[in-house]
Design a protein around this ligand. Structure first.
Ligand code: WAQ
Ligand code: MG
Length: 631
């Protein structure tokens, strides 16, 4: 049978961009012309303006068939460790000066071919050192290597198999010149094809190859002839997918990337209960950033109720609500929440996040559309994605944009969803308009009251009370973990919707019910708010008072809620200001991307009802001082 060698060489403005070759049967040639041309036109180094395709006949008898080298992978923690691995393998081959070869590999100037290095004479012997030795006439026998994208691993394994079988060849070293390809290899008869990573940093365009040859074993001309002229077909390439990087390396690289961009997060340790003052790490701090807005997580009545609930109902619930975990205590809390929110029914979830994910993914599906405020909380976004619905994001609290998008969207059914109080900006959604649009266009409406319950409205009943009960959304979602000082989430809605959620909300169905302590605490907190709105009033006073203090310090602040963003902008600067405040004994963490858009890093103040005027005044002063220090 006759075979053909087909080679593609692509350049742009006379610079080489890519090359590839195959050894094929006649009937495969036409499609290979297509894939190789495509590859030439889509290389990351640029689109070719000159493509050279060369096809020549070769006789099958001339073709040498070789089994692929066995493959192993040696990941390291960092680049220097990788080169130590390479050096010790060269030592195993009896090479006495591995560092010299590695230095050459790391510094060789860009070439089309490889360095041919003779260890008998310790020098380069490639005749044209601008170009090096270029291996050609090689391919794998299996057809799935016919792809228009470069598969670095497969192509390198074919090349290395040919190189290692060259007369007099001791080993090959290789680093890719592709900026994002950090895996290279050492190949030898002893080691097979050993993948080594990382050999460089992502983005580094340096690459090269060294063929380590011993002129005592064969003539250089013979080796060069073999590399450049003898056709080789490589059999039995591994079929399993070879990953580009060991997982631990890619994780470490991503962590380094986060650190470089001042986006790395870690947790601080609280060494006391969550109250106005708390022991953070070892130091007492004034918390100006807690979601326990009414300071109820540390309230004696609430704590005692939690303890009583444990003594009566046990430490855990023992099952999901639909199996054995539904207690009379849970039902009592649901009734109380429904009454507080003036809805027919309520369903508890374990967290606010789980409530949003469960509610939204149950009420919408891939035939639905979800209109979502661009500043909505991550749990709304995640629930929306999980539903498979079409998600249309409207401009923040922009009702004009919302209506335009509703009108221009093809849909059969859907949902408008918004934070009631936006968690990072502290502003309040336009409830009357959202409800009006939802009714006009036959959509469901849902408000997330995580930061509204116990916070806005004269009695802390939330956004509906804030707008004087003039508009009523279909679903009110809320949490027990913020003003109510406990833990959990909930949905308040009609009996029909709640029954539907009981049957369809997967984060509800497949979770063990909340623990009695959480239920008891939330129930008591709710009673406390309903008996007396003094704490709510005090919180609302603090909002006005603190904003006025900030304005006196020249800081623009005018929030209707206890969430008061102080925009710093730059991520690293925001971190410095926050650190400075922590040194002064006030905890206001900086909030960064991806929680808020890049370049809008901020101090996010969250007030408590128990903060005194003096504490607020003092904090405003410290904030202004810290900002000035890092200007
Ligand atoms: N013959 C000799 N040297 C070559 C050839 C060739 N046919 N092709 C490239 N080189 C030289 C040239 O100096 C390049 O700069 C250098 O090698 C690197 O070439 O298991 O992509 O094509 O995942 O960038 C290794 C895969 C990929 C590791 C290697 O090399 C793995 C790679 P590149
Ligand atoms: Mg390359």
């Amino acid at each position: 049978m006759t075979l053909y060698s087909i080679k593609m060489r692509a350049s742009q403005k006379e610079h080489h961009v890519s090359g590839a070759e195959r050894i094929l049967e006649k009937k495969q040639l036409a499609s290979a012309v297509g894939t190789l041309t495509e590859r030439a036109l889509q290389h990351s180094l640029g689109t070719a303006d000159f493509i050279n395709l060369k096809i020549e006949e070769i006789s099958e008898e001339a073709v040498l068939r070789l089994p692929a080298l066995p493959v192993t992978t040696k990941p390291s923690q960092n680049i220097e460790d990788s080169f130590s691995v390479m050096a010790s393998m060269l030592n195993e081959l009896g090479i006495t000066n591995p560092d010299k070869l590695i230095t050459l590999l790391r510094n060789v100037k860009p070439m089309r071919g490889a360095v041919l290095y003779d260890i008998a004479t310790n020098q380069r012997i490639d005749p044209n050192q601008e170009r090096g030795i270029r291996v050609t006439y090689m391919d794998a026998t299996d057809s799935d290597s016919l792809s228009s994208n470069k598969n670095h691993f497969r192509e390198a394994l074919v090349l290395a198999t040919k190189v290692v079988n060259t007369p007099g060849m001791v080993a090959e070293l290789c680093i890719s010149d592709d900026p994002d390809y950090v895996t290279g290899y050492l190949a030898s008869k002893m080691h097979g094809y050993t993948r080594i990573m990382p050999l460089k940093n992502v983005g580094d365009p340096h690459g090269g190859r060294i063929f380590i040859f011993d002129s005592r074993q064969a003539k250089p001309e013979e080796a060069i002839h073999f590399l450049e002229k003898v056709p080789v077909l490589v059999d039995s390439l591994p079929t399993e997918k070879i990953t580009i990087e060991a997982p631990e390396i890619s994780i470490n690289n991503k962590l380094d990337e986060l650190k470089k961009n001042a986006l790395f997060r870690s947790m601080r340790t609280m060494n006391s209960e969550q109250s106005k003052y708390a022991i953070v790490n070892e130091k007492k701090q004034l918390l100006m950033s807690s979601n326990s807005y009414l300071d109820l997580a540390a309230n004696p009545r609430v704590k005692e109720a939690a303890a009583r609930a444990v003594l009566l109902w046990g430490a855990g619930s023992g099952g999901s609500r639909l199996t054995t975990g539904n207690t009379a205590l849970a039902e009592e809390l649901e009734k109380a929440l429904a009454k507080f929110k003036r809805k027919e029914a309520t369903l508890l979830f374990n967290t606010g996040y789980m409530a949003n994910v469960g509610i939204i993914s149950a009420l919408t599906d891939k035939e639905s559309v979800i209109f979502s405020d661009e500043f909505n909380h991550a749990s709304i976004i995640d629930g929306s994605r999980l539903s498979g619905a079409k998600i249309i994001v409207y401009k923040h609290n922009d009702m004009q944009d919302l209506e335009t998008k509703i009108v221009s969207t093809q849909y059969r059914k859907g949902l408008i969803v918004s934070d009631a109080v936006f968690s990072m900006d502290g502003d309040i959604a336009n409830l009357p308009e959202i409800v009006k649009l939802s009714q006009k266009y036959h959509l469901l409406s849902m408000l997330d009251e995580a930061h509204a319950t116990g916070v806005i409205g004269a009695n802390g009943q939330g956004i509906v009370e804030y707008f004087n009960y003039t508009a009523e959304p279909d679903i009110i979602m809320g949490t027990l973990s913020k003003s109510l000082g406990s833990e959990g989430g909930f949905a308040c809605a009609s009996n029909a919707i709640i029954n539907y959620l009981i049957n369809k909300a997967r984060s509800f169905i497949f979770s063990t019910a909340q623990c009695p302590a959480a239920l008891g605490a939330a129930l008591e907190a709710l009673k406390l708010i309903e008996e007396d709105n003094a704490l709510v009033k005090q919180l609302q006073h603090n909002v006005d008072y603190f904003c006025a203090c900030l304005r006196r310090q020249g800081i623009n602040a005018n929030s209707p809620t206890p969430i008061i963003p102080i925009i710093i902008g730059d991520e690293a600067k925001a971190m410095s200001v926050a650190k400075e405040l922590e040194n002064e004994g006030v905890l206001i963490p900086a909030i960064r991307y991806p929680t808020v858009p890049k370049g809008t890093a901020r101090l996010r103040v969250a007030l408590m009802a128990t903060h005194t005027d003096e504490e607020l005044e003092h904090t405003a002063h410290l904030i202004s001082k810290a900002i000035k220090k890092y200007q």
